[in-house]
Design a protein around this ligand. Sequence first.
Ligand SMILES: Cc1cc2nc3c(=O)[nH]c(=O)nc-3n(C[C@H](O)[C@H](O)[C@H](O)COP(=O)(O)OP(=O)(O)OC[C@H]3O[C@@H](n4cnc5c(N)ncnc54)[C@H](O)[C@@H]3O)c2cc1C
Length: 385
Amino acid sequence: MKLPQTAEVVIIGGGVMGASTAYHLALKGCRDVLLLERESFFGMQATGKCAGGIRYQFSPEINVRLSQLSLPMLDRFEEELGQPIDLRYCGYLFLLTREEDVAAFRQNVEMQHRLGVQTEWLTPAQIAEMAPLIDLEGVLAGTFHAHDGLADPNSVVQGYVSGARRLGAKLLNDVEVIDIHVAGERVQGVATTRGEVATSVVVNAAGPWAGVVGRMAGVDIPIVPVRRQIVVTSPIPEIPPDFPFTIDFAQSLYFHREGPGILTGMSNQDEPVSFDQSLDAEWELTHMEAAMKRLPILKRAGLASHWAGLYEVSPDAHPILGRIPEIEGFYCIGGFSGHGFQHGPACGLLLAEEILDGAAHTLDITPLNADRFRKGQEIVEYNVV
Ligand SMILES: Cc1cc2nc3c(=O)[nH]c(=O)nc-3n(C[C@H](O)[C@H](O)[C@H](O)COP(=O)(O)OP(=O)(O)OC[C@H]3O[C@@H](n4cnc5c(N)ncnc54)[C@H](O)[C@@H]3O)c2cc1C
């Protein structure tokens, strides 16, 4: 397809955030939307490399509320968009090994109950009954919410891409945005590897590259890339179909069933900010040693695949969602810091409302505004994995 010379809205980035925004703009009647993705396929970066976890268990209210909007959208996804997304509600099981985490999670569970999320508090004996394959050494307590689980990120992106196209939006691959034209503090257009597009609205949905795209418009968007790795094992027949998405919270170590094997990840807290997506073999060893201690049956499995991807990290591990105040017509949907896939449906809808109606109204997103870092209004999140 030829690059259009104008568009009402240009979206930079075709991961879950860009695709959801394009779909929801078009659904609300704004059809002259142009999404530009530099890769040859959509969803190849953070979204396609993610673990697919979806949960209600968060520590700040805003994340629970985003889940309460977003996860029901995933429930309705196939009906609305005609695209199956392999939804599995296996539950999320958090394992707590530090007294301070036990105290913080008690408060989280209270808040979750207040919002209507029925997270269960578990003793080690109850965890042993629920997940007998897990070694519970050092585990003091746990939390479990049965309606947390998994969905397939690539299917969600594809569903939104096809849905947006059916509504008339244009979504192009192999087009890189290389500059954003701003005059008189207003967006005027973008320069791409295939030519210029005039527009008065630009959405920065560039994920780990959101900071780079911000600089194209001359603004500081504090979102940085941090490498995270995943290992998927060969089949382990003993893993039951209802094996929960298990998180050893203190170690940032997680497991879930992936086909007939296990997918596991562990966050290296000393990982420097960088766009490096090569596999760190040394960290993989550290990760697998910890994983085999917690889930000893992994010793019997082989390696099926492994990869590295990038978290898009903001200073308070929360998204920057909405208008960028310095430049009229410039919006950001980024900085989800490792748990954005599940909030893609909700955030695309909320940003479409902000762009077309002047403010998001399905949920108040003012706590996620770009100005909060300058004003010292950062959000405190405890459940970052
Ligand atoms: C290992 C790992 C595990 C994760 N696990 C989970 C999980 O279990 N649950 C969960 O909810 N989240 C998880 N996440 C986080 C989740 O993947 C992200 O929060 C989410 O996918 C971000 O989506 P995005 O659309 O902002 O970014 P991306 O998917 O990275 O999309 C941004 C797109 O912008 C494109 N782009 C960048 N610059 C330009 C440019 N100049 N011109 C054109 N295109 C450009 C990129 O090519 C990219 O495709 C995980 C992430 C990783 C890395």
